[in-house]
Design a protein around this ligand. Structure first.
Ligand code: ZN
Ligand code: ZN
Length: 288
């Protein structure tokens, strides 16, 4: 398989990265409408939409990562950090149900849809979706795939393993491990220590520790993941007003929800207005 190196991104190039151009690598039918067609030529073609072989899926993952990393490189050069949240919020708001459908449909543990979803996990949209009935069984499904494909995954790069483990750990901290089948959990608890040995000092080791800590219900890890869950859920549970930490309105009733995105809450109309200048950048009408 040819290797793909992320192109040297210029500021101009990274401006062409849109929600559509990222989603386009996952679902080629969406790429038709994307502005990133030039990249298609640069990388010498993409797999057909109906090709769901392991090789085609891995190629989609690499193409997606090449573009996403060129985008991130552009961000580092220009340093507008919130811009990162902006594009991933847009991806999540508009394409989450479609990406989850593709993730369920394609059998590989590492598939392009899961890879792109992994970049959206810090958005309120992802957290809200994961609480909905539509997200039932996702953590169990991903844990099963990793357990069953462990030997294949052993041939991946440390970065690919890290990305897989990171996504699973986020699913576990948001949904818990109750839906993970006992047999799959046993395999993961037995084999994930291999990542700890194989990737010292790397993210892959760290995420293995996180997953194992949750499976084994280690006190320290349960505390840490509890804090991370709180952080990820903050904009759904805590007033988004500047410096405000209220979790109910003045009269004790539920916080007011942003009517457009349904993914931000406020204790008062005043605080909603005060937050609007920054919130409007990540406020999209969601597809769910
Ligand atoms: Zn407030
Ligand atoms: Zn909103």
């Amino acid at each position: 398989m040819p290797t793909l190196v992320a192109p040297q991104a210029t500021i101009e190039e990274y401006k062409n990265v849109t929600a559509e151009s990222l989603v386009g690598w996952v679902s080629p039918s969406l790429l038709e409408t994307a502005r990133a067609k030039s990249l298609q030529a640069e990388f010498g073609g993409i797999p057909d939409a109906d090709d769901i072989s392991d090789e085609a899926e891995m190629r989609r993952v690499k193409l997606l990562n090449a573009q996403a990393s060129s985008y991130l490189l552009g961000l580092v050069q220009q340093q507008p950090k919130p811009a990162q949240m902006l594009i991933y919020s847009e991806v999540a708001a508009k394409y989450l149900p479609e990406l989850v459908r593709l993730w369920r449909e394609r059998p590989q543990a590492q598939n392009a849809a899961a890879e792109l979803l992994n970049t959206t996990t810090t958005t309120a949209y992802f957290v809200r979706y994961m609480r909905s009935p539509a997200a039932a069984g996702l953590v169990g499904m991903q844990a099963k795939r990793i357990a069953e494909q462990f030997d294949t995954i052993a041939t991946y790069t440390a970065d690919d393993v890290a990305s897989l483990g990171q996504f699973l750990s986020t699913l576990l901290l948001l949904q818990g491990d109750e839906e993970v089948e006992t047999r799959d959990k046993e395999i993961l608890v037995r084999r994930m220590p291999e990542w700890q040995t194989k990737y010292p000092g790397r993210l892959a080791k760290e995420v293995a520790e996180r997953c194992l800590g949750i499976f084994r219900e280690e006190q320290m890890m349960m505390f840490m993941t509890g804090q991370m869950k709180k952080m990820l859920s903050a904009s759904l549970e805590k007033c988004g007003g500047p410096g405000c930490t209220k979790m109910t309105r003045q009269d004790g009733t539920e916080l007011l929800q942003c009517s457009r995105c349904k993914s931000a809450v406020y204790c008062s109309v005043e605080h909603q207005k005060a937050a609007w200048a920054s919130h409007k950048k990540i406020c999209f009408s969601p597809a769910f």
